[in-house]
Design a protein around this ligand. Structure first.
Ligand code: ATP
Ligand code: MG
Length: 216
């Protein structure tokens, strides 16, 4: 997938004043590119990631995906784009609280004809990152780091063309952080998935060849 951001500005309206979070930002993500978006808390990393993923719209500027301006898509086309092509890993997980971890993970593929293959593969990864025996729990019965790993598996089960991961290792120990980064690298190498990983952690960012610094 090829993504081009042109002159992106994002202004939030707050009751007292306007808050300009992104200004005139340009960024190109080439097909099969892997990069990290690095910046301190409040720099606008989550805002930028949600704009790339078509979850939020810029105040001005354009997001062009494979030559198509996202603002020209109809709502159902945009929903389709998000569902079929993007694997979004939310900073605050967005797990469904009344579904077991396993059901949260498999929800995106439950209607797919090849779901068994996808589920088997994701279970191997669950084993590898040490949450296989927690998958019968509800999210509220899991530690933050376990919930984070569930959110990661849900984000990648559908072999998305692009993985947009918002601080996906923030709640993980060092060993699991490295495992997650290796899984992303493998998906990039073997399936050609783009990976955009947001972090404020130098040790995580340093694992990527390409880095986009946000803020001063
Ligand atoms: N819906 C909103 N309305 C108003 N202001 C917002 C909104 N969402 C974010 N902001 C503000 O925009 C700025 C950037 O927020 P954002 O969540 O993108 O930062 P971030 O770099 O992801 O931070 P963190 O590392 O803490 O997750 C912050 O100052 C935040 O207060
Ligand atoms: Mg954030």
């Amino acid at each position: 997938m090829h993504i081009k951001l042109e002159k992106i500005t994002k202004i939030y309206q707050t009751p007292y004043k306007e808050l300009k979070v992104l200004e005139n930002l340009g960024l190109e993500i080439k097909d099969k590119d892997m990069l990290t978006i690095f910046g301190k808390s409040g720099a606008g990393k989550s805002t930028l990631l949600s704009i790339i993923g078509g979850m939020d719209t810029p105040t001005s500027g354009r997001v062009i995906v494979d030559g198509v301006d996202l603002s020209n898509l109809k709502p159902d086309e945009l929903a389709d784009f998000r569902k079929k092509r993007i694997g979004y890993i939310f900073q605050s997980f967005n797990l469904l609280g009344n579904l077991k971890a396993v059901d949260n993970i498999t929800l995106p593929v439950i209607l797919d004809t090849d779901k068994d293959k996808k589920i088997n593969r994701i279970m191997e990864l669950a084993q590898e990152i040490g949450i296989k025996d927690r998958l019968g729990h509800l999210p509220g019965e899991l530690s933050l780091g376990e919930q984070q790993r569930v959110a990661i598996l849900r984000g990648i089960i559908n072999s998305p063309e692009i993985i947009l991961a918002d601080e996906p290792t923030a709640h993980l120990d060092n060993e699991n952080s490295l495992k997650i980064i290796e899984i992303f690298k493998k998906l990039n190498k073997e399936q050609g998935a783009n990976v955009v990983l947001v972090t404020d952690h130098e040790g995580v960012a340093s694992r990527f060849e390409k880095r986009f610094n946000l803020g001063e």
